[in-house]
Design a protein around this ligand. Structure first.
Ligand SMILES: [Zn+2]
Length: 294
């Protein structure tokens, strides 16, 4: 847990509040609907009580964020989780909330990236400038976040067919719908950088830079009034790798699986790492999972 001296957003040197990276209500909902203890992928043997949090923001910045978080909870998160709706109309408060969420995650990841030389200098510089742009927007010093894009992917595509059944072993449905995770990724060769956050099947992907082969359909959230539907979404992106990564991380933590089985799955993934790159493959695998369940 980080304990900053100054507010990460406004810079005020004051008592800081314990800020959640992924909103607390996501964890609350997960707990409420869980059959057993919630386990944290990083430390699977200890039931997690709460999601990741840090002393990061002052009281007024927390207040600035909380109104938009409530908006997101009421307009999108709860209606989706309760399966009340599949189409969501929104206004600019959603864009603000998504920015605040990815900004928190990026801010913390940048500390790690800088300390541990995780990414190259070009990527690092780009991410640092994006962090600044989002910070200014969050402080209401600007109205947009330039070319940075927010996308929401609902992890419940219902499709009809095809190949790749062995991947069903990874339990994608369970992983995404029972999971909470947020981190920043960089595909430096492709020129695609972003932050991915899974909130029980609502996956936010903020793209700081988009490679030329990226294709995102019916996923983007506009900075203003719009609507998004959990239907016919398509992603053809290197970010498909991150979906795999989330599955892998969660799966590694699962204690319901034997060592032998685990080794098999890991080996399987290693062999397929290159092929998983394009999202449609992954899409198909989801369909299989769907069929498998019928
Ligand atoms: Zn502040």
């Amino acid at each position: 847990m980080y304990k900053f001296k100054k507010c990460a957003l406004c810079g005020a040197e004051t008592d800081l509040e314990l800020s959640h990276i992924v909103p607390k209500m996501v964890m609350r909902t997960l707990k409420k609907t869980a059959a057993g203890n919630i386990r944290n992928s990083e430390n699977p043997n200890i039931p997690a009580q709460d999601s990741e949090k840090h002393y990061m923001l002052c009281g007024s910045c927390e207040d600035l964020f909380s109104e938009k978080e409530t908006y997101y909870a009421n307009t999108l998160f709860h209606p989706y989780i309760k399966k009340e709706k599949t189409k969501f109309d929104y206004d600019s408060k959603l864009f603000y909330f998504l920015t605040s969420l990815s900004w928190r995650s990026l801010y913390l990841d940048l500390i790690d990236f800088i300390e541990n030389h995780v990414v190259g200098i070009d990527a690092l510089e780009h991410l640092i400038s994006c962090e600044k742009i989002m910070k200014d927007y969050l402080l209401n010093s600007r109205n947009d976040i330039e070319a940075i894009e927010h996308h929401i992917f609902f992890f419940d595509e219902r499709r009809e067919i095809t190949g790749n059944t062995e991947m069903a072993e990874l339990r994608p449905h369970v992983t995404f719908h029972r999971g909470i995770i947020s981190y920043t990724f960089c595909f430096e060769d492709d020129g695609t950088y972003g932050t991915i956050t899974n909130m029980m099947g609502i996956v936010l992907i903020t793209l700081y830079k988009k490679g030329s082969r990226e294709k995102w359909e019916r996923t983007q959230i506009l900075n203003g009034i719009g609507s998004i539907e959990a239907k016919d979404q398509l992603i053809s992106s290197v970010v498909g790798n991150e979906f795999m990564n989330i599955l892998k991380t969660t799966q590694s933590a699962s204690n319901s699986i034997s060592e032998k089985q685990m080794a098999k799955i890991v080996e399987n993934l290693k062999n397929k790492a290159d092929k998983i790159k394009d999202y449609p493959v992954f899409q198909n695998w989801l369909s299989d999972r769907e069929l498998h369940n019928k």
